[in-house]
Design a protein around this ligand. Structure first.
Ligand code: CAA
Length: 298
């Protein structure tokens, strides 16, 4: 495989384009909005600059990587001759199903269609195409250039051959692929989200404050970020939507999202991306500051 298309230039999409381009793949990055595309391309350049500053790559490597990426606003032009399309659009079932229906029509028949979904069923996505054996989950972690894991999700009809190809490809990116079956939340979020939810419930019940909860998990379990900071980093809306997938998918009350999480999302406090979550991100400082507006019932 040499020609790869990434759909969606947001944090995950531009990170995926970055790692493929850095390994010499010919990458088409597609986003319907020119503004989002420009933002994604400048995020890649900024992350490459950071790597140059840390002497992990040379300026020449950076230029080569950027030269391997082309931006497109139109799906059809972006997927032309692509052997693999990785969808990293908004985490919304309807949007994803529509994209896959369209991809199935316009992509070469041999092309593999992958989704970077964090929790939407690969089997469901595959069911709207005429090539369910060639639909697979490639779940990268944020920040994509840094995190080693790619969770490879085998849908109900995904072929062994396609799974093998995607595992080998992930290794070429210097990532570590881990194969899992397609059940709600796969493995990463089936385990991560209940931990985050439990941290929010602990805060909601007044067991401890924001910094205390995060300190316990950072200092006691060597997590690089506490669960509340991580929830802000992932996006509280994304956490809520994944918990709803787990709750609906298993019909088990243990996955019910904490009402505090629901309230924060409803109020628009979505974490880093909105400037406010459990912490404030408006000062531009790297130091964490617990959100002033943070309200927990006494
Ligand atoms: N691109 C390239 N390099 C980057 C980067 C990026 N976007 N972001 C960070 N880095 C590099 C830095 O240059 C730095 O490199 P060195 O080690 O060589 O110095 C290294 O990563 C660490 O970065 P920082 O020093 O800036 O900051 P940090 O030490 O606080 O680490 C972090 C930042 C890597 C994000 C770390 O806090 C971490 O690992 N956090 C947990 C992340 C995590 O759990 N991700 C998974 C989220 S879940 C998910 O993505 C899936 C889902 O479905 C919800």
């Amino acid at each position: 495989m040499n020609k790869i298309t990434v759909i969606g230039a947001g944090t995950m999409g531009n990170g995926i384009a970055h790692v493929f381009a850095q390994k010499g793949f010919n990458v088409s990055l597609v986003d319907v909005s020119q503004e989002a595309l420009n933002k994604g391309l400048s995020a890649i350049a900024k992350n490459l600059d950071r790597m140059v500053a840390k002497e992990k790559i040379t300026v020449e490597d950076k230029e080569k990587t950027l030269g391997n990426i082309r931006g497109y606003n139109e799906l059809e032009a972006g997927v032309k001759e692509s052997e693999l399309v990785i969808e990293a659009a908004t985490e919304n079932v309807t949007i994803k199903l529509n994209i896959f229906k369209e991809l199935d029509k316009i992509c070469p028949p041999h092309a593999i269609l992958a989704s970077n979904t964090s929790s939407i069923s690969i089997t469901k996505i595959a069911s709207v195409t005429k090539r369910p054996d060639k639909v697979i989950g490639m779940h990268f972690m944020n920040p994509v250039p840094v995190m080693k894991l790619v969770e490879i999700i085998k849908g109900y009809s995904t072929s062994d051959e396609v799974t093998k190809q995607i595992i080998e490809l992930s290794k070429k990116l210097d990532k570590i692929p881990v194969e899992v079956n397609d059940y709600p939340g796969f493995i990463a979020n089936r385990i991560l989200m209940p931990m985050i939810n439990e941290a929010i419930i602990s805060l909601f019940e007044g067991v401890a404050g924001v910094e205390e909860i995060d300190s316990v998990m950072k200092l006691g379990m060597s997590h690089p970020m506490g669960p509340l900071q991580l929830a802000d980093f992932i996006g509280l809306d994304v956490c809520l939507s994944i918990l709803n997938v787990l709750h609906d998918g298993f019909g088990n009350a243990k996955y019910a999202p904490c009402p505090l999480l629901v309230n924060m999302v409803t109020a628009g406090n979505l974490g880093v991306k909105s400037g406010m979550g459990f912490y404030e991100y408006t000062t531009g400082s790297k130091e964490l500051k617990v959100a002033k507006s943070f309200k927990v019932p006494a």
